[in-house]
Design a protein around this ligand. Structure first.
Ligand code: PPE
Length: 311
């Protein structure tokens, strides 16, 4: 996935040149994984650039930090204003926005409290997350041999850097075996999510997705899809999904800010439904893309135009 460097990154209250946005090698987060972050897409809509679910992403960031007792010096609303400025200052239209809060330099040792909470927000151009053509043709995935971290170990509702050590094992195993992504089974033996996406299946015409208690990130794209699907008249249920349903259902797709809605055409080399992109996946993708491009009216209030400045 091509990564395009931009001009400036916001760090602890000011925009600094991309190459100067640096940290010390003894920052707590590097050693002990003490960071929380977000990722969202800015779309070049017919009415100008707009960030999808901006405030909801910032609220999730604040909650991720709260779980880890990290005091952010900014509110979700203040961070939302900075995110829009990060897009504007870099003259970007279509891009990805990454806020990160981390424990900085203070002391070495597990106790994070002597280390100040620092923040940055970067924006850059980012292409299709699961590869070229993935959104149209679908991807081949495997069920990972790695298990999702158990409930009451690493909190899945907090989007912390540490969670992605589990994700990294899953992703590397998938790539090493010729797949695009790995689906992770949780400690209860049910489907949780991908290394960077939530998962939906269509079973007997009904949309199913694992509940938040299944050790998943409560994804905002997942939320968009559930709302869109219900409003389009589909039945949607949050329910534990057994592994074998991935092989017998009609459709599987992954959702995420980066991955958007990506169809899954095979799981463990078993073809899903007719293979390729299923009709319900396509219907939801078209509506989602209609809203993010500005061609379909955003009746949900999901888009925030970067030109909008709070007074
Ligand atoms: N689960 C995981 C583990 C996850 O990382 C993401 C987002 C989701 C579900 C979907 O959440 P949402 O974006 O709110 O719909 N993954 C982000 C990070 C990707 C990365 O490689 O970095 C993303 O999609 O932005």
């Amino acid at each position: 996935m091509p990564f395009t460097k931009s001009d400036k990154i916001w760090m602890n209250g000011e925009f600094v040149p991309w190459d100067e946005a640096k940290v010390h090698v003894l920052v707590h987060a590097l050693h002990y994984g003490s960071s929380v972050f977000e990722g969202m897409r800015c779309y070049d809509t017919v009415n100008g650039p707009a960030i999808l679910r901006l405030r909801d992403h910032m609220k999730r960031l604040v909650n991720s930090a709260k779980i880890y007792r990290m005091e952010l010096n900014y509110t979700a609303d203040e961070l939302s204003e900075v995110a829009k400025e990060a897009v504007r200052i870099n003259n970007l239209d279509e891009c990805y926005v990454r806020p990160l809060a981390y424990r900085g330099l203070g002391d070495v040792g597990v106790n994070p409290r002597p280390c100040p909470v620092e923040m940055m927000i970067a924006a850059w151009g980012w292409g299709a997350y699961l590869g070229k053509g993935a959104v149209e043709q679908g991807v081949d995935v495997m069920v990972s041999s790695w298990t999702r971290f158990a409930p009451n170990t690493l909190p899945a509702m907090s989007k912390s850097g540490a969670n992605y050590m589990n994700g990294q094992l899953v992703k590397m195993e998938a790539i090493d075996n010729g797949f695009v992504e790995g689906i992770i089974i949780n400690t209860a033996g049910h489907v949780s999510e991908g290394s960077g996406e939530n998962l939906f299946i269509v079973l007997n015409g009904r949309l199913m997705t694992p509940p938040i208690s299944a050790s998943i990130l409560p994804g905002l794209t997942r939320d968009c899809v559930m709302k869109l699907a219900k409003d389009k008249g589909y039945e949607v249920v949050e329910q534990d999904i057994p592994r074998e349903a991935l092989y017998t259902c009609e459709e599987v797709f992954l959702t995420g800010s980066a991955a958007e809605i990506t169809p899954v055409r095979s799981v463990d080399r078993v073809q899903v439904g007719e293979g390729g992109r299923g009709p319900i996946t396509k219907d939801l993708q078209e509506h989602y893309a209609g809203i993010t491009s500005g061609r379909i009216e955003d009746t949900y209030g999901w888009l925030e135009y970067v030109s909008q400045v709070a007074v």
